[in-house]
Structure formats: structure tokens, C-alpha cells
Design a binder for this molecule. Structure first.
Ligand SMILES: Cc1cc2nc3c(=O)[nH]c(=O)nc-3n(C[C@H](O)[C@H](O)[C@H](O)COP(=O)(O)O)c2cc1C
Length: 351
């Protein structure tokens, strides 16, 4: 039904408008336990599906929803009903900010891709934390994906990240530090050692003051070279990072079917979806090699099918996330992937 009816209708409208409509309906429908039960019977997890314990947390499946979809924590646990085993909420900035001017999401239908330059539009950490505080059920692990305000200069970035972590610490199960978004000016420079180390040190200090240890992961892009990625991974682990989310969107545009004139009209932004998949796989392989066994890696980028998910797990991921795949394939993508992974369980490595 999604591909035949809903997607053609949705693709006639502006991408961000569709996103708001989807969020509005999903958050209201899935609030009702009867509707959740109905969805669960259609798309929820099934007995015997692949489960995993990673970072001291139990995941009832391997597929999560990537950051950027539920920036404000309005859905949080509720996507459990449609087969998602975890959810990244965010990116959340300390203060509310509008992000970049609209229009800022573009579909590249021929490439099964999106370009976005949202630029950390966020309601701010206070609002999102209050929302997470009110959640009644803790059905799946939730991560808080943290960013900095655009107005904060990079030399004060550590303060933004620690403020976010302090506020949200008790209300999420793990955290993701986003230093790899291409849509916030100079943010990616934070991946360099002299800026990254103080951020991680400050976050680890905040965690040390809490009653319970919770994992902090670093989200990396697919654009740095293998040497740069390996170097960042080693520094991050040495400073106390527990694992990685790989990868964020790419600024590259090579190999696309979309005509160059159309790309020029769209302009700057991060590319996600099918064309990112190979690069994300390569980045995950590289991060796994640098990190070694036992370090959690969440693999994300261009996963549209069970076979894509398996390739990501074989490249080195412990868990996987989807976003653009859902826009093209529908929310039932998690169900399809879970079914496929169950049938190929013996091919999934334990890292
Ligand atoms: C519209 C949109 C907004 C996004 N916003 C965020 C964000 O706020 N924080 C973040 O870490 N990643 C964000 N991402 C990146 C995704 O989490 C993911 O890393 C990337 O899209 C690759 O996965 P995909 O090809 O399955 O979409 C966003 C992606 C899209 C398409």
C-alpha cells in the first residue's frame, strides 16, 4: 500500500511537509495501545528473530531508526510496534534553533536518495528531555543524539555537548555525539584531534558523576579518508568513547543518475540513501578494523533491504539503522529486514 498509494501522494508534496504530517499521525496513532497492538501484529517482532545484547543493553532486533527523523522524541519507544528495536532521538542542541532556511530536503528519485541541509533544527534539550521524561513505557533502548548550537564557536563546543548530556542522561539509554553533520558550518572540524579530545574528555567527566554508567558513541561520516577515520577511532577510544555510529550523510555527488543541472539547483547538503551504501560499508569496515572486536558499531547508510542490512553486519556493524530506506520503502522496512535476517542468521558475524 505504501509504494502504490502513499508514496506517490507523499512525493507530490514538499519533503519536510510530508515529514511533519507523518510525525503528527504516527505520534497520535501509536499513542493508542489498541492501534499499537494492531501494528505489532502486522509489523512487530516475531518469535525467533535475531536478538542481541550490545553495550550492556538488550536489543530485541538488529534494526533501529537513525537520527534526524524523530528530532524531538515525539515517537521514541512507539516505533517498537512496527518492528524497530531502538531509536535515535535528535540531533538535539542545548538551545532551541530553527536550522537552515527552507526548502532543505530534496528527493533524488532516480538515485533513491535524499539531499538534506536541515542544519540541526531543534526544540532544544529542555523540551526534548521533558518529553522523554513523560514517556510511560520503556519498550526499546533510546539514544540521545547530541549536537551543538550553530552560534557556539567550535572552541566552546564541549560546553554544548556536556550541557546536553547532563540534562538528558537519566532519560535515554545511550548517547551519540554528532560531530559529522555536513550541514552545520565547521562542525566536521570537530573530528580533528585537538577539538575532539576535549569534547570526549568533558563528556566522560560528566558521565563519571552519574549514578549509572551509560555508553557514549561517536557518529562519524563516510567522507574522511581511511587514515583519518582510523586515527579518529583510536583517539576516541583512548579518551573513553564506547563505540561508533557510521555513517552520516556525504557531501559527495559522484556516480549519481540525477542530472548535474538539477544537483546544482539543489545546492549544498548531505546525501543519503542508495548512493551512500557502498561508502558507508567501506567506512564501517575501516572503523571495525581500527576499533577491533568487542567495540559496538551501529552501521547506517543506504540500507533498503535485508541483503543491504546483512552486508552492513558483515562489514563490521553490531546493529544497523535505517532512514532514507523508510522514505522509499515504507515503515514496514524493519519487518522485511528482520524476516530476512532471521533466515540468514548463521551468516551474521558476532563482532
Ligand atoms: C532529512 C534527514 C535529516 C537528518 N538529520 C540528522 C540529524 O539530525 N542527526 C544525525 O546524526 N543524522 C541525521 N541524518 C543522517 C541519518 O541519521 C543517517 O546517518 C544518514 O541519512 C544515512 O542513512 P540513510 O542512507 O539510511 O538515510 C539525517 C538524514 C536525513 C535524510
Amino acid at each position: 500500500m505504501y509504494k502504490q498509494i502513499l508514496r506517490p501522494l507523499a512525493f507530490c508534496l514538499d519533503g519536510e511537509r510530508v515529514h511533519h504530517i507523518m510525525m503528527w499521525w504516527a505520534s497520535r496513532l501509536l499513542r493508542c495501545s489498541v492501534i499499537r497492538a494492531l501494528f505489532r501484529s502486522l509489523y512487530g517482532r516475531r518469535k525467533g528473530e535475531v536478538e542481541r545484547d550490545v553495550m550492556g543493553l538488550h536489543f530485541h532486533g538488529l534494526v533501529g531508526f537513525a537520527a534526524g527523523f524523530d528530532k524531538g522524541g515525539e515517537l521514541a519507544d512507539r516505533l517498537e510496534a512496527v518492528g524497530y528495536a531502538f531509536m535515535e532521538v535528535g540531533t538535539i542542541t542545548p538551545l532551541p534553533q530553527p536550522g537552515n532556511p527552507k526548502k532543505r530536503i530534496f528527493r533524488l528519485v532516480k538515485d533513491r536518495a535524499l539531499i538534506n541541509r536541515m542544519g540541526f533544527n531543534s526544540e532544544g534539550i529542555e523540551v526534548v528531555t521533558e518529553r522523554l521524561k513523560r514517556r510511560k513505557q520503556r519498550a526499546i533502548p533510546i539514544s540521545g543524539n547530541l549536537g551543538k548550537n550553530t552560534a557556539t564557536p567550535n572552541e566552546h563546543a564541549a560546553k554544548d555537548y556536556t550541557l546536553g548530556l547532563e540534562k538528558i542522561y537519566d532519560y535515554a539509554d545511550f548517547f551519540v555525539v554528532n560531530v559529522s553533520c555536513p550541514n552545520v558550518k565547521d562542525l566536521r572540524a570537530l573530528q580533528e584531534e585537538n577539538t575532539l579530545s576535549p569534547i570526549i574528555e568533558a563528556l566522560v567527566d560528566v558521565r563519571a558523576k552519574q549514578a549509572h554508567y551509560k555508553p557514549i558513541l561517536l557518529k562519524l561520516g563516510a567522507d574522511p579518508t581511511e587514515e583519518e577515520l582510523s586515527y579518529t577511532v583510536k583517539i576516541a577510544l583512548a579518551k573513553g568513547i564506547d563505540g561508533f555510529v557510521v555513517s552520516n550523510t556525504t557531501t559527495r555527488r559522484d556516480g549519481l543518475q540525477t542530472p548535474p543541472e538539477e544537483l546544482a539547483t539543489i545546492g549544498a547538503g548531505g546525501l543519503s540513501g542508495k548512493p551512500l551504501h557502498e561508502r558507508a560499508l567501506q567506512a564501517v569496515r575501516c572503523v571495525r578494523k581500527a576499533a577491533g572486536a568487542g567495540i559496538p558499531i551501529i552501521g547506517v547508510g543506504g540500507i533498503f533491504s535485508g541483503a543491504d542490512a546483512l552486508a552492513m553486519l558483515q562489514a563490521g556493524a553490531s546493529l544497523i539503522e535505517v532512514y532514507t530506506g523508510v522514505i522509499y520503502e515504507g515503515l514496514a522496512l524493519a519487518r522485511k529486514i528482520n524476516k530476512y535476517l532471521r533466515q540468514h542468521e548463521e551468516e551474521i558475524p558476532e563482532w
